[in-house]
Every structure is written in structure tokens, then in C-alpha cells.
Write a protein that binds this ligand. Structure first.
Ligand code: 13P
Ligand code: SF4
Length: 347
């Protein structure tokens, strides 16, 4: 597609209005007139291809801001995007995120062609546990209800009783009838869950496997103490994939969607966001009056997504970009995710 000079100018303006606010990138990447002008032909092409192919683009908040604000139809956290994937009536779903998210979209929308921009976009949590390893764990704890965090492979979901996300994990586990819970694959989220249930006076035994998120497991209470010292009135906002000693001294702990809501509805001058930098970029665009101090980190997997790869996956996906799942496994994984939708809080 050849865009006219006028169309490119208009698109540059549209991109610049959002992207000019983003300046939290530890790589030093910034967006100005020149960078927006350079990507405008590509975002125009992708938006045109979406119509031609009857495609929808779902983007997790951690991917590059030019994807989020340039071409995504829906942007958000894992729970929101899994609902959007389930409701999607498009022929093609492009998932700009990581592979387990695209697998979840395929599980919930089996008739759509689901594509990933980069097949290498794994996740240290999802990659920490195979279906076979989970079967071994289940044999050790046959009476446990198996709860998997959505950051897990389709095979692990197929072996689990119920799926959870960072936004509903406490609520769902609190209300499960079983006392013994086998929670996989996030050890740190499992520890945070144990603490939160204790605070709520809920008697459960939480057994975990040993995975961690390579981004969130890096944050320490010392990061927080140093920042609080420098910025009086600071609010510290963290994700439940962080270590419990970090969660304990944070002002708010929640999913990326809940973290955004907290910042947007809190009147503090400064925020330390203990999560992936993409979320800070989103807040700089959507809450430009707030100030975010350093601290966020990059997820190398999320950052494998690019506009060029999104365009290629839409134009003519290579076999490695198309998500396929064994049908029996898909059905079993779908049951585990549908159970999550049934048990999720309604607000
Ligand atoms: P949420 O956006 O669902 O909170 O998940 C965060 C995350 O690390 C996804 O990989
Ligand atoms: Fe996985 Fe962590 Fe990256 Fe999310 S931020 S995709 S949990 S490695």
C-alpha cells in the first residue's frame, strides 16, 4: 500500500499525540516527530491490512507503545485480553504479547487464526513447568485442587482445575472449597497468595512449583526504601509476581490493569511502578500529569514484538507464527479457563 503524503502527515500527528509522552524507556528510546513520521507508513499499512484480513490486534500493556497506540484494537492485562479473545468474531487474531497469551486466545477462539508476531516470545514463568512435570506434582498431592496462573502453557492449563490471573487469584482461591491448593507455576505469587489468605483469615495450604517472572523477581525492598527517602509522598505500586517482601512494603499490589486504575484514581505526586516499563509508558500517555520515578524494567520477550513483525504476521503469516493446538488438549484447557470466568469477581 502506498500512502499519500497527506495521509502520512495525519498519521504522524495521531501517533505523536500519544507517543510524545513516553520517556521511561531504559534503552533511551523516545518518540518525537521524526520517529513518528518514520513509523506512520507502517501503522497505516497495518490498519489497512486489519480491514482486508478481518483481523483484530490484541496488545498487552508491556509491548512497544507504537503497537499499543498505533495499531492495537484492545490493550490491557491478561484477564481483559482473554475476554476480548473469547468475544472476538474476527477471522484473525494477532496477539502482540507472548506465546502463552496467544495460546489462550486460540483456546478461547478456536475458529480464528491466531498469530504471534515472534514465536520466540516465551515467558520465564510459562517456560518453567511442562505438562509432564505438573502430572508428577499432581501425583504427589492427589487431593489438591490444581490452580494455574494464566502465565502457563496450554498443556499445563489442560492439566489444571482452574486458571487465575493476577487480577482474580486471591478471590478465586479464597472461594475454592478445597483446603489444599497446588498453585503453579509462580512461586512468588504463591507466597503472596499465602500471605493474603492469612490476612483474610482463610485457612488454606498453598503448595507451589518453582517458577518466577524474570522481570518482577528482580525488585527488592531496598529499591523501595531508597526511593521513599528521595521522594516524600511517593506511592509504591507493585505486581503480585514480585517477591512478598516487596509486596509487603508497597502501597498497592495488583494486576497491571488494577495498577493503572490505582494510579489514575490516586492523588499522589510521585509513583514507583515495580513492573515492566511498558505499563509506565501507558500511564505517561494516559495520566500525563503524574510523575513516575525510575525503577521499571524491560521484559525481553514482550519486547520481541515490533510493528514490522505484526505487519508480516498479518500479511502472510509463516507457519511458526500460527498457533495450533491439539483439539483434546485445547478443550481441557478451555474448561480450566471457563472455570476462571465463572469464579471471577463481577466488578
Ligand atoms: P497482568 O497484565 O495480567 O497483570 O500480567 C502481567 C504479566 O507479567 C504478564 O506477563
Ligand atoms: Fe513472563 Fe515476566 Fe515477561 Fe510477563 S514480564 S511475559 S511474566 S517474563
Amino acid at each position: 500500500m502506498i500512502a499519500t503524503a497527506d495521509a502520512i502527515e495525519l498519521e504522524t500527528d495521531r501517533l505523536l499525540r500519544s507517543l510524545m509522552h513516553v520517556d521511561c524507556d531504559p534503552r533511551g528510546k523516545t518518540w518525537n516527530y521524526e520517529t513518528c513520521r518514520a513509523i506512520a507508513p507502517l501503522t497505516l499499512e497495518i490498519n489497512q491490512l486489519k480491514q482486508e484480513k478481518d483481523a483484530v490486534i490484541l496488545a498487552h500493556s508491556y509491548v512497544e507503545p507504537e503497537i499499543i497506540y498505533g495499531v492495537a484494537d484492545f490493550r490491557g492485562d491478561s484477564y481483559f485480553l482473554s475476554m476480548k479473545a473469547r468475544e472476538a468474531r474476527a477471522k484473525v487474531i494477532v496477539f502482540a504479547g507472548v506465546v502463552f497469551m496467544a495460546e489462550t486466545a486460540k483456546i478461547l477462539s478456536p475458529d480464528a487464526t491466531v498469530v504471534v508476531p515472534d514465536r520466540g516470545s516465551g515467558c520465564s514463568l510459562a517456560d518453567s513447568l511442562t505438562g509432564a512435570q505438573l502430572r508428577e506434582l499432581k501425583a504427589l498431592y492427589p487431593d489438591a485442587t490444581v490452580v494455574c496462573y494464566i502465565n502457563s502453557t496450554a498443556e499445563v492449563k489442560a492439566e489444571s482445575d482452574v486458571c487465575v490471573t493476577s487480577g482474580n487469584v486471591y478471590h478465586i482461591v479464597e472461594h475454592l472449597p478445597a483446603k489444599r491448593i497446588l498453585f503453579v507455576p509462580d512461586r512468588l505469587m504463591g507466597q503472596n497468595l499465602r500471605e493474603e489468605l492469612r490476612r483474610r483469615g482463610v485457612d488454606k495450604e498453598i503448595i507451589t512449583s518453582d517458577g518466577t517472572c524474570m522481570v518482577h523477581d528482580q525488585f527488592t525492598p531496598d529499591d523501595i526504601a531508597a526511593a521513599r527517602h528521595r521522594y516524600p509522598g511517593l506511592k509504591v505500586v507493585s505486581h503480585p509476581e514480585c517477591p512478598p517482601e516487596v509486596a509487603e512494603v508497597s502501597d498497592f499490589v495488583g494486576s497491571t490493569g488494577a495498577m493503572m486504575k490505582y494510579v489514575k484514581t490516586t492523588g499522589a505526586p510521585y509513583y514507583l511502578m515495580l513492573t515492566e516499563c511498558g505499563l509506565v509508558g501507558r500511564l505517561q500517555v494516559e495520566s500525563p500529569e503524574k510523575e513516575f520515578i525510575g525503577g521499571c524494567r524491560l521484559c525481553p520477550y514482550m519486547k520481541l514484538n515490533s510493528l514490522e513483525k505484526v505487519r508480516d504476521a498479518l500479511r502472510a503469516p509463516r507457519p511458526d507464527q500460527i498457533v495450533t493446538l491439539d483439539e483434546d488438549m485445547r478443550r481441557r484447557a478451555a474448561r480450566c479457563i471457563e472455570r476462571m470466568f465463572e469464579l471471577s469477581p463481577t466488578d
